[in-house]
Design a protein around this ligand. Structure first.
Ligand code: GTP
Ligand code: MG
Length: 210
């Protein structure tokens, strides 16, 4: 897929204030600092579209971007950031849960996992939660440029083995580097294919009856 345009639309904490659900949408979620905002910028090839930071906890709201005037990206706050207060953590997870459970046009959740690490309970728990709720997702390993191919593959193998303890089937997996553009074409192809299956939410239409 060629990217012709990518623009910022809204930033808010309430899924009900998100843009109208008339276009397919993909949400980026994962632990703080895993590289959600960076991967979004790399996908659309706009360096500063989503704000990134070396310090975790940068994205604190639901941020919507419209790509090619055709599909949305939702950049979400990270989970599991120790320095965020308990109250804030609870309001983050409520915001994310409500969004995931109620967003009608959500085609797929991209669960970002740091390819440098052994499986983290918080990632596995979140994946299990998505599974229980029947929310479609894929796993996206990030920062693959930071370690050698062998080390990355080893972590992916351990991660998938962990998932196979509770899952019969594995979800689709992407290996990416925002820095090097690795996995970019694969993700864009996946989005292009998934966009074809989008149906507008029933009972809501932009055009008024004649
Ligand atoms: P929060 O918004 O705080 O939850 O973080 P985030 O998941 O959006 O992470 P962000 O994109 O802000 O990136 C965090 C840090 O990781 C930044 O310093 C990025 O430059 C770095 N980073 C992200 N992706 C990559 C990558 O693919 N390779 C390398 N080497 N660094 C990366
Ligand atoms: Mg971010």
């Amino acid at each position: 897929m060629q990217i012709d345009s990518a623009i910022f639309i809204t930033s808010n904490t309430d899924y009900q204030k998100c843009p109208p659900p008339f276009k397919p949408e993909y949400a980026f979620i994962g632990r703080s600092n895993v590289g959600k905002s960076s991967l979004i910028n790399s996908l659309v090839q706009k360096k500063d579209l989503a704000k990134t930071s070396a310090k975790p906890g940068k994205t604190q709201t639901i941020n919507h971007f419209l790509v090619n005037d055709k599909w949305y990206i939702a950049d979400l706050p990270g989970f599991g950031y120790a320095a965020v207060s308990k109250t804030k953590k609870a309001s983050f997870s409520l915001m994310i849960e409500e969004f995931m459970l109620n967003r009608e046009n959500l085609m797929c959740v991209f669960v970002l996992v740091d390819s440098r690490l052994e499986p983290q309970a918080i990632d596995v728990d979140f994946i299990d939660w998505l599974g229980r709720k029947g929310i479609p997702f894929v796993i996206v390993f990030t920062k693959a440029d930071k370690k050698g191919v062998v080390a990355v593959q080893k972590n992916i193998d351990v991660f998938t083995q962990t998932l196979l303890q509770t899952w019969e089937e594995l979800p689709q997996i992407f290996v990416t580097s925002a820095e090097k553009g690795l996995g970019r074409n694969e993700m864009l192809n996946f989005i292009a294919e998934t966009n074809k299956t989008f149906e507008k939410p029933i009972g809501k239409t932009l055009s008024k009856p004649k």
